[in-house]
Ligand binder design. Structure first.
Ligand SMILES: [Zn+2]
Length: 210
């Protein structure tokens, strides 16, 4: 008897989007979000246990060169922020707690080179050997469609900014979208109920504990 080549658990049309799990957004970073490192660990555990559920697994990265007023010396933490995730610096690298998962990642999509970019759907595929400012790679949404993806699970940082924007854009682009809330960390966790309500109103499934 031969092994089955697929199981019902394997979904050829589902992708995992890991949003901005980068050093600067975790403890010790320049724009640290409480719980960021723990989210990195939890996502790595999900990937180890469940990567076969996904046809593709991708990461997004905030990747700034000169993003204008997105950076501020007097940030309001709503529209302006301390300097973070400068392209090709350690702060922009994926957090080491995510390292066990990186072998399963198919691609990284980078956003925000010259402006603020909260949604992963503004990200373009990072091409091997391309210069830091290169923006010739395909956009995330186009790449996902090229790979036959129709459903997304979204996790990462931050719940109330880039995870939210990515999930809303995913719905706008017609993807069936689930945010795995326990695998996200928020800048302002007190806003989570409102964020989840907005996501649900947009047709996003929000998985929460309990
Ligand atoms: Zn940014």
């Amino acid at each position: 008897m031969s092994e089955p080549t697929s199981t019902p658990e394997i979904a050829s049309t589902r992708a995992l989007i890991i949003v901005d799990v980068q050093n600067d957004f975790c403890e010790g970073g320049t724009l640290a979000v409480a719980g960021g490192a723990a989210v990195a660990t939890a996502i790595a555990e999900l990937v180890a246990a469940r990567h076969q559920r996904y046809a593709v697994l991708v990461a997004t990265q905030d990747w700034h060169i000169d993003p204008g007023s997105h950076f501020s010396e007097a940030p309001d933490f709503v529209d302006s922020w301390p300097v973070h995730c400068v392209a090709e610096t350690p702060g922009a690298a994926l957090h080491p707690n995510l390292a066990p998962a990186t072998a399963h990642l198919h691609a990284a999509f980078r956003k925000g080179r010259f402006s603020a970019a909260y949604s992963g759907f503004e990200g373009r595929l990072a091409l091997e050997g391309a210069p830091v400012e290169d923006e010739s790679g395909p956009l995330l949404g186009d790449w996902l469609r090229e790979h036959g993806i129709t459903s997304l699970d979204v996790a990462g940082i931050a719940t109330d900014h880039c995870v939210r924007a990515t999930a809303l854009d995913a719905r706008t682009q017609g993807f069936e979208t689930t945010v795995i809330a326990p695998l996200t960390a928020a800048v302002h966790p007190q806003n989570n109920d409102a964020v989840f309500e907005q996501l649900r109103a947009a047709g996003v499934t929000v998985l929460t504990l309990g």
